[in-house]
Every structure is written in C-alpha cells, then in structure tokens.
Design a protein around this ligand. Structure first.
Ligand SMILES: [Zn+2]
Length: 617
C-alpha cells in the first residue's frame, strides 16, 4: 500500500517565499532580518491554519542559517538548516498552551530559556494558543518576556487576540495574519495536485478553498481526504458529495423557477434538498448568497467579488442578465427575513416554503407595478437611476439597499397625514352624515393616494444610494385595491327598534356564512365573545388585538349590508373595543391553531386563499 503523506506536512513551506497568502508578514520579517532589527517578542494573531506556526518555524530556521541567500532566505543546506528540516534542532521549542497552561509548564520553559544555544545564534520559543495560559502562568512568564536573554526570541501565537493581556501586547511586535484568499488556496492545491499526479477539476478545488474559509491547513486536510477517497481523481461532484455541500446547480435551477412563478417545481426542489439531508436554514442562507452573487455579477466592476471558479462565474453572469435587479433585491430581502424568523419558527419547513412561494410571486407583483404592464427589465431599472456601479458594492451596502425596499416608504410629495399600517387601506366613502360614523373609524384621507405605485424615496441625504424600487407590501396593497373596486353601503330609510335576540339571530347567521365561505378569522371574531348592545343602535365587538380590529373593519361593509336590511334599521353601527384576554387559552381545535398562526404571520391567510385551502374544524 502506498505510503500517503499528509499534504499539510509534506508541503509545509520551507521558505518565506513559499508561504501562501501572507506576503505582508513575510516581507516585514525578511526586512527585519536584513536590517538586523529583529524584535525579541512577536505576537502572531489570526484564524487557525493560516500559517502562524509555519512562519515561526521559517523565522527560526532563517535567523539561525549560516549561509543566508541574497533574498534573506535560509539556504536549506547548512548544518543548522538541515537540523531544522529533520526536526532535530535544539534551538526550536514549541509549547502548546492549550494543553500545557499551568505555572509549572511555564517554569520549565523559563528554565530552558536560561541555557544559551549550543549551536547557532538564536533559540526560538513558540507558545501556541497563548491566550489559554492561566493568569498565574501569564504572570510567571511576564518577567522573562520583559528581560529576555539576547539569544532568545519568543513567538506567541493566538487565534483570540482580544484575550491577551495589555501588558503582554505592549511587549510584542504584533503581526495580524489574514484569512487566505480562495484563489490563493485553490492555486496552492492545484500545484500540489500537479506534483502528485492527481487529476483535479478547478471547480472542485474552488469549493474546497471556499469551505476552508481562509485556512490552508483545513483546505489541505479536506484535499487529502477526498484524494484518498476518490483514488486521485478529484472531481467537482466528489467534492460536494464528500463535504456535504449544496450544489450550485440547485440554486441556478431554483432561481429560474422563482423567476417564472413555478411554485410547484420550487417546492419539489426544496423537498429534494431536504431529502438529501440538508438543513433548511443552510439552504435559505445559500439562496441568499446566490442572490447576492447574481447582484454582484450584474456589473463588470463587481464581478471580481465573486469567489467562484471561472466556469461558475460565467453561469452567474448569464443568469444575472436574465434576472431583473428588482427581483433579486426583493427575493434577497425575503430570504433575509426567512433567515431571521427561522430559529423561532415552530414549523421551519413551512417558513422556508412560504418564502419560496412569495418569491415566486415577485415577478407578477413587479409586473403590476409597471404602469404599462411590462415586467421590470434591467433597462427600466437603470432609467430609474438604480445604478449599482455607483453604489459601494460591498455586502453591507447591498444589505442597506435591500432594506430600503421594505422600510415603509415615505413619499416626499405626500401630504396626507401618516396613519398606521393596519388602517392605511383607504376606506370607502360612506354616504352618511359624518356624525353617524362609528367612533373608532380612522380618519378618511382627504386626498386619494397617488395613482401610480408608491415609490420608495430615500430621504436620507447621507445614504450613498437611492432606490426607486416599489416596496412589496405597497404593490400587494395596490393589487388588492385594483381587485375590489369599492363595495358600497346599502342605504335605506328604515329605522325600527330591534331586540338583542334578533340581533344575535342574524349575527350568528352571518358567522355561519363566514365559516362556510372559509373566512375563518371573521368566524372566530364574531363567535369568540358575544357582542354588546350599548345603545339601541350601537353594537360593540370585543377584539383582542389590532389585527382583529383590522379584520372587523375589512368586513364592516358586507356585515352591515347583511344586518341592516334584516333588522330593518339602517342606522345600526358596529364598533370595536380592544380587551385583553383574561385567560391564556390552550389551542384545541385546528381553527384556533390556525387563527394563532395567522396572528403570527398574516401572510398565511393570503397563501391559504391563493391555494384555496381549507382548515379542518
Ligand atoms: Zn542554512
């Protein structure tokens, strides 16, 4: 059997030049060696596996080399270099503070420091994970760090700089190691593959590099694992199977479905993803990232922010050309909302499905928003001054950009007094004297809302970007307004007295009808508590919250049109009164449970209507 040496060890860089992705650090160290200005204590900070220990080893080897090259690199052939390379040098000591963090461990290290090097000029002490040292150990070490012997050099390495005491920080020269770029990692893996005669696909290496999140050591161990598993044939497919990564293709396919209002295929695809063992939250985050990539691919200037291989980059550019910016932004926003709500959701699968369904309806909603009925194309977006290239193309900017489309739009030309969201639907004008109005009816706006879709204007002068994309809620409301072209109150002369029993007879009749019509929330509203007849013509309904109040207002015209002729009194009014529910009710029936869910997420009702679903009572 072939002796397989772990790549991380076999290909550990031996010179500063070959360290991957930390040129700012290796350059500084080489200069310090050249000018003989080497500090005696260093603090190497940075994530795991980015080359801190490697750089420490190279530094130790280089400053002890008796035959430095012109580039300030170790020769690799002198006695000292060879002893370093074979691991037999006595001038290099490594202490892992994660497992040796007691005062005794530090004392034995300090004892060693007292002994000068037998060969070579310097003794190097590296203390890994130095933040794990106990407070006492830290104090014991401080004295040595303050007055080290001239031949001793300390390199403290940590992944958590903020845990290092200021007294230590002030005595060290600090180097911050970067996460290594995806391209650097995949390039390095490619070099190893060539030397080892391993056949690789560039897309596969890119996935490994991405998954490693800047850590070369992690990337190498994933690489080793997959190479041995696939018998030296590393393909894109083998990588995503091994690392349990969602294939890009899923997202490309899904975006196509969403963009063509293909609800069924979107839901089936999501089901397939769940069946493959992926988590809904990962999926929605991946989708958000995919949408972000599409946005970034819109502009040649920002395509370099795509950390993907060349073939996949081309796919992104192609799909982004077929997808309007307004769609991407709205979908991105829905994905973010889903991510925020996911953890608290009792039905997480539904949470994701609901978001997908909403995304499917974005194209039709956007179509409604266009005055000429055409779907929003990129050119339209550009006409609306949505210039992505002028915006700072960073992630936070994109986020801010997306947030703008849901924040309640403030039309700078609008003079109507701002009224709460729940009641902002314009009420039909009631053909009655004003004093007969129910007392709690919100004021009727004096002017109608602007005939065109309300457009989000960015009033914040400091904001770098302004967007003219209509908000989804606005568009939905407008679509609704267009649908119901103003039902009116029936008027009449009759004004007969009626009894409470008569009222309740028709009241319950209407409630039953509402239930039959699948208006579950109206049914619940009318039957959860008995109405109160305050005066001969005024009925009060007890509601528990604003949402129910809104539901009552929505139903008011139909309800009064039902009651007034039957009770032969056209002066009958109904008002609502908000009361706190005294006892916390357990949810027994499906109707109650559903009612509870709608209160949590009113969009559920919309979905139920669109799919014509029933709630089993
Ligand atoms: Zn040497």
């Amino acid at each position: 059997m072939e002796n397989f040496i772990v790549s991380a060890r076999k290909y550990r860089p031996a010179t500063f030049e070959t360290v991957v992705g930390q040129h700012h650090i290796t350059g500084t160290l080489k200069n310090a060696i050249k000018n003989n200005q080497l500090a005696q204590a260093f603090l190497f900070c940075g994530p795991r596996g980015v080359g801190k220990t490697t750089c420490a080893r190279i530094l130790a080897k280089t400053i002890n080399c008796t035959n430095l090259t012109a580039e300030q690199e170790a020769c690799g052939t002198c006695e000292s270099c060879i002893s370093f390379q074979t691991g037999h040098s006595f001038n290099f000591h490594e202490l892992d503070a994660a497992s040796n963090n007691s005062v005794d461990d530090i004392r034995s290290l300090i004892d060693q420091v007292r002994i000068p090097p037998q060969a070579g000029k310097y003794k190097i002490y590296i203390i890994d994970e130095v933040h794990m040292l106990s407070a006492n150990a830290f104090n014991a070490f401080l004295k040595t760090l303050e007055e080290p012997p001239s031949y001793a050099i300390f390199i403290l390495a940590t992944t958590e700089k903020h845990k290092i005491l200021p007294t230590i920080l002030s005595r060290c020269q600090i180097f911050d190691f970067n996460r290594i770029q995806v391209d650097d990692i995949s390039g390095h893996l490619n070099k190893i593959a060539q030397r080892e005669n391993i056949s690789v696909e560039a897309d596969g290496l890119h996935i490994i590099a991405q998954k490693a999140d800047g850590g070369l050591r992690d990337a190498l161990s994933m690489f080793d694992q997959i190479v041995s598993y696939t018998n030296k044939n590393l393909t894109y497919k083998s990588v995503i199977d091994n690392l349990n990564i969602l294939d890009y293709d899923y997202y490309f396919k899904l975006t196509q479905y969403l963009n063509t209002t293909d609800v069924s295929n979107s839901l089936i695809l999501f089901d397939e993803i769940l069946n493959n063992g992926f988590d809904g939250n990962n999926f929605i985050n991946g989708l958000a990232n995919h949408l972000r990539n599409l946005l970034v691919a819109k502009d040649p200037q920002t395509t370099k922010l795509l950390e993907v291989s060349e073939t996949i980059k081309q796919k992104y550019i192609t799909q982004s050309q077929q997808t309007p910016v307004s769609f991407i932004l709205t979908a991105l926003n829905l994905a973010n909302q889903c991510d925020l709500n996911y953890k608290n959701s009792k039905n997480q699968r539904l949470q994701v499905e609901l978001s997908l369904i909403k995304m499917c309806h974005i194209p039709s909603v956007l179509q409604l928003a266009q005055p000429n009925g055409n779907s929003a194309t990129d050119e339209d977006q550009i006409k609306k001054k949505t210039n992505l290239s002028s915006a700072a193309p960073s992630k936070p900017a994109v986020q801010e950009f997306a947030n703008n489309i849901t924040s309640a739009p403030v039309d700078s030309t609008e003079t109507v007094q701002k009224i709460p969201q729940q009641e902002s639907k314009p009420l039909p004008v009631v053909p009655q004297p004003l004093h007969d109005q129910p007392k709690n009816t919100p004021p009727i706006p004096l002017t109608n809302p602007a005939p065109t879709a309300k457009i989000a204007l960015n009033n914040n002068a400091n904001a770098k970007i302004s967007t003219l994309i209509p908000s989804l809620t606005d568009l939905e409301r407008r679509a609704e307004e267009e649908e119901n072209d103003g039902p009116k109150y029936i008027t009449g002369e009759a004004r007969e007295a009626f009894t409470y029993e008569q009222l309740m007879f028709y009241w319950n009749q209407y409630a039953t009808k509402a239930k039959e019509d699948n208006k579950i929330n109206v049914y619940t509203l009318l039957t959860s508590s008995d109405p109160v007849l305050d005066s001969p013509e005024e009925v009060t309904v007890h509601v528990e919250h604003k949402i129910q109040e809104g539901q009552l207002q929505d139903e008011m015209i139909d309800f009064l049109n039902f009651l007034r002729p039957r009770l032969k009194n056209f002066h009958l009014t109904i008002k609502s009164k908000q009361v706190a529910r005294a006892v916390v009710n357990r949810l027994y029936t499906n109707v109650e449970k559903y009612q509870y869910l709608i209160e949590k997420n009113p969009k559920l009702e919309e979905m139920r209507k669109r799919f014509n679903l029933d709630v089993n009572s």
